[in-house]
Every structure is written in C-alpha cells, then in structure tokens.
Design a protein around this ligand. Sequence first.
Ligand code: SF4
Ligand code: SF4
Length: 393
Amino acid sequence: MTQTALAEIPPLIDDAQVADPIRRFLEYILNKREAGVPVVGLYCGYAPAEMIRAIGAVPVSLCAASQRTVPAAEAVLPANLCPMIKSSFGFIRTNTCFFFAASDAVIGETTCDGKKKMFELIAHLRPTHIMDLPQLPDEAGGLDRWQESVRKLQDFLEKTFQAALSADRLEAEIRETNRKNRLMDRFFAYLACRPIPVSWHEIYDVISLEHVTNGDEFQNLIEKVSSRLDQRIASGQFFGTSSSPRVLVSGCPVGGDACKVLQMIEEAGGVIVALEACSGMKNYFIRIEEDSGDPLRAVAESTLSIPCSCMTPNGRRLDLLDKMITRFSPDVVIDVVLHACHAYNVESHKIRNHIQDRHGLPCLKIETDYSHGDIEQIRTRVEALFESLETKK
Ligand code: SF4
Ligand code: SF4
C-alpha cells in the first residue's frame, strides 16, 4: 500500500474555519452571547459541563496553550512552573483570552498545586468557584465528598445565574453527553484501521466541532465524516502506509504550541492512532448513568472516574491505556509530560513499565514546554525510536 500524497486527499470537513478552530469557537461564543446565553469558563474536565448547560449557560475551555503569553506570566509566576498554568495566567494578565473576557463565571478545581494557586490570582476578576476534588478516588467516601462539591457547584450556578438547576434538565444533558460520546466512538473506530484514513489534525478538528454543536448537529457531522472516510478507504487514501509506526500519545494535555510533538511524529514518518490525554480522547470514553434517579450523583460518579495523574492511585489510567492499546494497536507509546508537571512526570515511570511489561511496547517519555527550542531534539528522539522499531522487525 503506498501513501497517497497528502494534497490529493480531499478534506474531511469543509467548514470555513477548518484551519482556525479558535475562530470557530469565537463565533460560537459570540452568537451565544448575542442570544443572551451566559458563558462559563473552564480549565479542566472535572467541571461537569452537563450542569452548566442544564442551568442554561454555555461551557467554554479557556486559553492555556500558547508560548506567546508565557513571558507575561513569568513576571509574576515562577519560571519553573507548568507551561499550561503559565500560559493560562499570561492570557488573563495580558487580557488576550477572549473566552475569559466573555465568561460570566469561571470554574476551577483542586487538581494540581500550581493550578489551584493560580486560581487565587485570578479569582477577583470573575465570579469564580473552586471545586474541592478528592484525590483518592477509590477510597470509601470519596464519591460522597465529590458529590458534595458537585452540589456546591449547583448552589454557585443557581446563585450566580438566578436560576434553578432542575433534575430533568440535568438528566436531558446527561443523555446529550452520552449521545455525543457514542457518536464520537463511531468516529474513533476509524483510528483502528491500518493504514489509517484520518490525520491527527482531523481528530482534533472533529473534537473541536463537538464542542460547538448540539447532538443533532454532531450526528449530521459524524455521518458526513464517516461517509467521507468510507470513500477514502474504498479509494485507498490513507495517511502513511501499513508499515508506518502507529503511535499512541499519552500524558499531559497536548494542544496549541505543544502540538509540535504531534507534528514531529508525523514528520518522522509516524501516524497518530490515539490521543489519550484530556485534549484528546479520554473524556469521550466516559458514559454517565442515565435514569439513575439521582442525576447529580451520576454526574459526580462519571467525573470522578476521569483518570488524571492528580489522582492516587491512578489505576484507571492503566485500564484506559490497556483498552486503547487493544483497540488501536499502536506500535509505540509516546508519553508527553509538560515541564514541571510533577504528577504526570512521576507517573510516567509506572506507565512505561506497564506498557513494556503488559504489552511489550516501547514507551518514550518526552518532556517539553510550549517553546520551539527543543523541536530538533524531539525530532531526533522520535526518529531514533522509529528506527529502533525498524531494526526489531
Ligand atoms: S490533565 Fe487532569 S488537571 Fe489537567 S485538564 Fe486533564 S483532568 Fe484536568
Ligand atoms: S499539565 Fe500537570 S502541572 Fe500542568 S496544569 Fe495539568 S496537572 Fe497541572
């Protein structure tokens, strides 16, 4: 099977903003604001988006992945801090995160130390609610404590927006999330193909469109995307070949300037078949219990199951990786750790051992930030990894 020249592959999505997903978000949020819908800014998947939608507001992820805003942050924050925290704070300090400016409220969580202390520095700018996240998810009583945090979020949303969060609305939003996650799963099925008919840019594009569509719109999109992917497969249009190294990218969120790692993998001849992090596929594997009779608890249960390294032990991440490796058949795992993210960095040792021992796959850790200074070093390490795969064949 030979690789089709990339330029010959017709686009998967013909949305005008395919090259600029931020603009797509901007238009979406502006339209919501014009329609009088309040906006709630988020930094993490532990904030239950279903509750925000159920109160009649729109959730939006705040900007956090650009080197451009890091210098402004370093004037206040220590340089030896995770770039995601510095970038988030820098966006706010330089007043360049449109989504923060458009937010009527912000939700944070007690995930990692740097992030929760950063929230203290911005909390005076918007009504801000910090959710107390238990970090021993398997401990008896952990779910009860998190449910109490979720209930306090309900109080905050009701007070801030002077509206009641009804159980029926929440149940409807749970169904909406599950519906979209099932549709996303249909799309993810194409990532298991060898060779693969989807590029990592397109995976991110479909994910970004999920955030700005309702269930019906997303269903139409997935149907269109599936039909185009079927056409690609039928006409032999793929990214890479059957022998291109298949890469599962794991670890810290990889967005914005950190996408240089994904770019290097592609330029070194690899194909990305799965993105484990929050910025990728992790949250779409979650299903929230429907018709439980207690939708608040169902939401608490599903969010507490997110396998983030801020949890200890974080056995769910190993389980998730097992499932992803079985389903997407990677040849190698690349674990991306953002500088000074101690949780993901320490956990990386366990991840590598598990992947090597259980699956017999090599695992490369790449520690990086949002700057461009280490691009050639990343390229060299990824090329060497792919060469070592060749030698083993
Ligand atoms: S990695 Fe953890 S803290 Fe970061 S966004 Fe994901 S769930 Fe939140
Ligand atoms: S990448 Fe790590 S240090 Fe950075 S915000 Fe997420 S959990 Fe915190």
